[in-house]
Design a protein around this ligand. Structure first.
Ligand SMILES: [Zn+2]
Length: 346
């Protein structure tokens, strides 16, 4: 059945239309989140209505603000770095720009998805496909920074720079496509598939550091002790992120109690932001500390063609994928099966 996102709700006395909150039985099944019982927004609102909802306590408002506020902070962080610490006109620091753009992409797309997702099924699907793209770009920015700043100076991967970076881009695009498809197929396993889809992008981001970690452990060289604790804490934070995303804890054990505050998706957002903040400090520090050592290594020289251009290519392809999803929905090729969804969100 193709959804029209028509409201089934009755108005709450004294409330304006755009501040009505609904029970899960009153909204289209596509809007229902597992174990979240109340606090749903009116479906089918306008853009302005969705923006008004940002200032109303509902079950998605925490998910909006936990990613929108970091976006503002990270823009300010880049401005501070550019003013006091790093000359971003130097191509050596282009990978940092990729990482920063990836981080900002994921919080921007995510906050917009959580803000606008109740407008229509088409908008919801396009926005959340962009949300997956944001995560993929974040991993890609980490992979590019990792490649140029985190490997040991003797790493054989520097010789295969083109191949490695092409693979990083292909993995980011594939993850976006795979997660986008889970909105229509394999819905029973969607959280697991989405988490698994990002295992490979995550691996591309941490593999360079793990390579150097082995060199550090085996030879005692290139350990860069100033940032070692940040890398190690990053592993724990990543597992925590995956845990909240897949487990749906705590609301799984008390449906309805975490509808507004402390639901697993908010915790997933917050831990992801903490991890990104850690990396926003770690990558610039590693880049500066290792600049002299890396400057003499063949294949370790960043330029626009091996950093910003591949990153922008992945971003454009991802936006095209999200646009195609939207067009296919409008044309009726991708349809929403309410019956199937309903039985799987209970
Ligand atoms: Zn989210």
């Amino acid at each position: 059945m193709k959804s029209t996102m028509k409201a089934k709700a009755s108005k709450t006395p004294g409330s304006s239309k755009d501040s009505i909150l609904l029970h899960r039985d009153q909204v289209p099944s596509m809007q229902i989140e597992p174990y979240i019982i109340t606090g749903y927004r009116q479906p089918g609102t306008s853009v302005l209505g969705s923006i008004r909802y940002a200032f109303v306590l509902h079950n998605d408002v925490g998910n909006f603000w936990t990613h929108f506020l970091p976006l503002l902070a990270w823009v300010a962080w880049l401005a501070w770095l550019a003013k006091y610490r790093i000359d971003f006109t130097d191509p050596y620091y282009y990978p940092l720009l990729c990482f920063w753009a990836g981080a900002c992409s994921y919080v921007l797309f995510s906050s917009m998805a959580h803000l606008l997702s109740n407008i229509s099924f088409t908008v919801r699907s396009v926005c959340f496909t962009l949300d997956y793209l944001g995560i993929a770009l974040y991993a890609l920015g980490g992979a590019i920074s990792g490649f140029f700043y985190e490997q040991s100076i003797g790493s054989p991967l520097f010789k295969y720079q083109g191949l490695v970076l092409s693979l990083d881009v292909a993995i980011a695009i594939s993850a976006t496509l795979m997660c986008g498809l889970t909105r229509f197929y394999w819905r029973n396993f969607r959280y697991l598939i989405r988490a698994f889809s990002f295992v490979f992008p995550y691996a591309t981001a941490v593999a360079p550091f793990i390579q150097r970690l082995f060199v550090c452990l085996l030879t005692g060289n290139e350990c860069v002790t100033e940032t070692l604790h940040l890398h190690v804490s990053g592993f724990f934070l990543t597992f925590t992120i995956a845990f909240f995303f897949v487990s749906k804890i705590p609301e799984r054990f008390a449906p309805g109690r975490f509808d507004i505050y402390f639901q697993s998706h908010q915790l997933f957002h917050v831990v992801a932001v903490v991890q990104t903040c850690t990396q926003m400090y770690m990558f610039p520090l590693d880049a500066q500390l290792r600049k002299d050592a890396l400057s003499v290594v063949e294949g370790a020289t960043p330029n626009i063609y091996n950093t910003l251009l591949p990153f922008m290519f992945a971003e454009v392809v991802g936006i095209v994928i999200a646009s195609v999803v939207g067009v296919l929905i409008v044309r009726g090729v991708l349809v929403y099966d309410e019956k199937q969804h309903y039985s799987k969100t209970k």
